[in-house]
Write a protein that binds this ligand. Structure first.
Ligand SMILES: Nc1nc2c(ncn2[C@@H]2O[C@H](COP(=O)(O)OP(=O)(O)OP(=O)(O)O)[C@@H](O)[C@H]2O)c(=O)[nH]1
Length: 240
């Protein structure tokens, strides 16, 4: 007798018929013993058509949320398509950093063997907190001390990597560490410094309703950790 599918009793374990696409994706992730936290990227386990199917599934679930909030989406002319809009916004816009592969990075040979401090910023951060899914809007500055033996990456690619990492539900402390790990892996510089400043809408729109408070945090890697003069130079060059 074939084993029953735990996701859909009545169907054999190898049957995909009627199984929600999110269940199939989670099974693939569990088979690979992969984490799928809010701020993890899962693009490499998605198969062709999965994202479109997820859009339908999230739309259906969002419709359930609206129904449970007693919003009459059948006759309210403003909310008829809200479930679909929200699903599309989550999957293809504000949280696309979970579902899309990493942007391609153009590398150039470090022909002049540059090893001077380079700073890029402010790069706009658009993210959301993992707790309330409220927007987190801010800016980031990245300082790189290139290694004279490694390639340099195109300037715009820092902004693309920031967008990819931030377009996920995040907490700010983890977001900057994820970004630092990624830039270190891609460019292998001698040092990397990142400073992020952001407004958390979960603190202004709701909750304590503090309109002006910001969160500021930084991460330093390589020579920035050891060299206080370099660290000071980076921090002094960032506009206040
Ligand atoms: N450390 C950190 N905290 C965050 C971040 N974004 C949001 N938070 C906080 O995470 C907490 C959310 O958890 P809870 O305390 O369970 O939420 P809550 O009961 O709605 O709390 P209030 O916001 O105080 O109303 C809040 O204190 C948020 O301000 C972040 O990036 N880092």
């Amino acid at each position: 007798m074939s084993k029953l599918n735990p996701s859909l009793p009545g169907l054999p374990a190898d049957s995909e018929e009627g199984v929600p696409v999110s269940v199939r994706i989670r099974e693939r992730l569990r088979e690979q013993q992969r984490r799928f936290n809010a701020n993890d990227n899962i693009a490499d386990v998605l198969q062709p058509g999965d994202l479109e199917a997820l859009l339908d599934e999230v739309t259906q679930k969002m419709q359930g949320v609206l129904d449970s909030m007693v919003i009459d989406t059948a006759t309210d002319h403003n909310t008829g398509n809200t479930a679909r809009r929200v699903a599309k916004m989550y999957l293809t816009e504000v949280f696309k950093g979970r579902y899309l592969p990493q942007p391609a990075i153009t590398e150039f040979p470090n022909a002049e063997r540059l090893n001077e401090l380079m700073i890029v910023g402010p790069i706009t951060v658009r993210s959301a907190c993992s707790h309330h899914l409220c927007p987190v809007i801010g800016k980031i500055w990245i300082g790189v001390l290139p290694n004279q033996n490694t390639n340099v990456i195109g300037l715009s690619k820092y902004a693309r990597l920031v967008e990819w990492v931030m377009a996920r539900p995040q907490i700010q402390e983890e977001a900057v560490v994820q970004l630092a790990d990624l830039i270190m892996e891609k460019t292998q510089p001698d040092g990397l410094a990142i400073v992020m400043q952001a407004s958390h809408f979960c603190m202004s729109w709701r909750g304590v309703k503090e309109m002006d408070s910001r969160m500021l945090n930084s991460v330093m890697r390589g020579v920035f950790l050891k060299d206080a003069t370099l660290r000071r130079e980076f921090l002094s060059l960032i506009p206040k």
